[in-house]
Write a protein that binds this ligand. Structure first.
Ligand code: PLP
Length: 372
């Protein structure tokens, strides 16, 4: 069997071990220590967010962001339907109600026009949404300018799920720093990894203070154990933060490598009439976490996917929209057909930053063979 080409495997430098060793040598094997502090500082320096709290996962970060903004049972939260379930699950941890909004075709992210219609429709029903959980999917920024204007007009805070999108920008400002709170993920398949982990960023100290408090069991200030709120065990370990410190040193290089993958695919497959790529919009800069293609039909998509699988190459259909998921199908949704179409015709191609040119040639040759 050929060596498997994965969709998006971890890509370590070896330098991470220096920081892990430091944690062992100083016996800071706890969710506190110099790696945690230095990793948070590195994220702030890089994103220009004022404050950062590193956590056990991106999902935990979304959960805490919702709690910090005061989300309670039966509150309505606007979410894109075209996302990973991890965006929406924390809404349900709180028994709040996700209101799903469909995508636009330029970026696959939440459609601004449909967002505004949705807000108006919910207000007409007598309930104003409490937050917009905005996702930037596959490393491509959503239409943040338009969405920010709508959020401002209706005075609804934005939480940015930038789990995939660390390093992407709009007008040179980092994605994840436009909302009240932003979150990143360092899961094994993301643009940089800590094996598992996440971060919450904000420009208000009270938010990150609250995040640390909630993530460490909500312990009140007292010599004994005193609690007046429900807490969580969500803090990142100092060992894992060492991996993050090492990874932050190479983030730009990882983004360049992923963007090169996208360019290579576009150059070599762009002429095939059954395949289309999305363009980068003016003023927007994607990290190209995953390169995605759209095929002319479901049948072509499956033909390509099976041909790749036969060569031991991992490719995946785009997200199945949340409004089609058994667990979320009964929540309100505002649709235009785009996300369902993307799900039927879209494919994520292998996009690791450690892929070789040989791998890229193999993948594109395989796709050319079946689609021409
Ligand atoms: C990966 C991902 C998450 C969850 O992050 P974890 O660190 O795996 O919990 C949330 N939202 C999106 C869009 C993701 O891709």
């Amino acid at each position: 069997m050929n060596k498997k080409i994965w969709l998006s495997p971890p890509h370590l430098t070896g330098e991470e071990q220096k920081y892990i060793k430091e944690a062992f040598d100083t016996n800071w094997i706890a969710p506190i220590g110099t790696n945690v502090d230095a990793f948070e500082k590195a994220i702030c320096d890089y994103t220009k967010a004022k404050y950062c709290t590193v956590l056990s996962s991106g999902t935990a970060a979304i959960h805490l962001a919702l709690i910090i903004l005061g989300i309670k049972e039966n509150d309505e939260i606007i979410c894109p339907t075209f996302t990973f379930a991890a965006t929406v699950n924390p809404v349900r941890y709180l028994k709040a109600i996700p209101i799903f909004v469909d995508s636009e075709r330029d970026t696959f992210n939440m459609c601004p026009e449909l967002l505004e219609k949705t807000i108006q429709a919910r207000i007409a029903k007598g309930k104003k949404p409490k937050a917009i959980l905005l996702v930037h999917i596959y490393g491509v920024p959503a239409k943040i300018k338009e969405i920010q204007e709508i959020a401002k007009q209706y005075e609804i805070p934005i939480i940015e799920d930038a789990a995939d999108t660390l390093g992407a920008t709009y007008k040179n400002k980092k994605i994840g720093t436009f909302g009240e709170i932003g979150i990143y993920s360092f899961n094994g398949n993301k643009i940089i990894t800590t094996s598992g982990g996440g971060a919450l960023v904000a420009n208000k100290k009270k938010y990150t203070n609250k995040a640390v408090f909630l993530a460490t069991q909500a312990r009140d200030k007292a010599a004994h154990y005193q609690h007046s709120e429900i807490g969580y065990n969500y803090r990142m370990s100092n060992v894992v933060a060492g991996i993050g410190r090492g990874q932050m040193e190479v983030i730009e290089n990882r983004i360049q490598q992923r963007r090169r993958n996208y360019e290579y695919y576009k150059e070599n497959l762009g002429q095939i009439k059954e395949i289309t790529f999305t363009k980068e919009l003016e003023n927007y800069y994607a990290n190209r976490w995953l390169t995605t293609i759209l095929t002319d039909t479901f049948k072509t998509r499956e033909k390509i996917r099976f041909a790749l699988a036969k060569e031991n190459i991992e490719a995946r259909p785009l997200w199945k929209p949340m409004h089609l998921q058994p667990i979320f199908k009964n929540h309100p949704n505002y649709l235009n057909g785009v996300s369902e179409d993307l799900f039927n015709r879209g494919l994520c191609l292998p996009s690791g930053s450690n892929m070789s040119t040989k791998d890229l040639i193999k993948i594109t040759n395989c796709i050319k063979k079946v689609s021409q």
